[in-house]
Design a protein around this ligand. Structure first.
Ligand code: ATP
Length: 195
């Protein structure tokens, strides 16, 4: 479902990604394991169509990232490394505002948001300010938000970085559930246990 051949990314003279090949099968959980600066985020940004490929081939579900950005973005859910949740909005409003990017009718958006909050054990915090959530709760909210458009593929950049073991296990448990439902997972990590 994702295929890279001889993938390169250069920032000026710096070669951030040097001739990488990989294939991700549908419904599998695929992880990039590597130290800080290895190029994991850079590859994720190229797959997500937010950073152009310097050279090589990169296809998502048969579509070329240099040509079919809109169609690719529509099938992806992306959980970034840094939390970019809006602190001025409540938990549920963060999801409802995000749902507008996908033109979801308001009723569908609310129903889906509530289902996702329930799945990620945040329903009782739906009216909380985001600033009042713990780090683990914010991470779960970020993942819930990435699932609003029912993506075929979910991409997670260090999904459990900075979380305690219990919070980490809860995230893993939810990711396992998504995999069992047929979602393809692609994640980056420098945690060997997570990989
Ligand atoms: P981490 O585990 O710390 O997130 P990473 O494996 O995700 O690391 P990248 O963030 O992809 O690594 O960075 C790979 C290399 O590309 C690094 O040397 C980094 O400094 C460089 N780099 C990343 N983004 C840019 C940018 N926008 N401009 C210039 N150089 C960049």
């Amino acid at each position: 479902i994702i295929e890279a051949r001889n993938l390169f990314k250069k920032y000026g003279d710096l070669v951030a990604v040097k001739g990488v090949d990989f294939s991700v099968e549908p419904r599998e959980c695929f992880a990039f394991l590597g130290p800080n600066g290895a190029g994991k985020t850079t590859i994720i940004r190229m797959i997500s169509c937010v950073s152009p490929v310097t050279s090589g081939k990169l296809r998502v579900d048969g579509l070329d990232v240099t040509r079919d950005q809109r169609r690719i973005k529509a099938m992806l859910g992306v959980v970034p490394q840094t939390d970019n949740i809006d602190p001025d909005l409540s938990v549920i409003d963060n999801l409802l505002v995000y749902a507008r990017y996908f033109n979801l009718p308001p009723k569908t958006a609310r129903q889906r948001a509530e289902e996702l909050l329930a799945l990620f054990q945040l329903l009782d915090r739906q009216h909380s300010r985001v600033d009042d959530l713990s780090g683990g709760m914010k991470r779960r909210l970020l993942i819930a938000r990435a699932l609003l458009n029912q993506p075929k593929i979910i991409i997670l950049d260090e999904p459990t970085g900075g979380l305690d073991p219990q919070a980490r296990h809860l995230v893993w448990q939810k990711l396992n559930y998504l995999k069992s439902q047929g979602t393809t997972l692609l994640l980056s990590t420098h945690n060997m246990e997570e990989a």
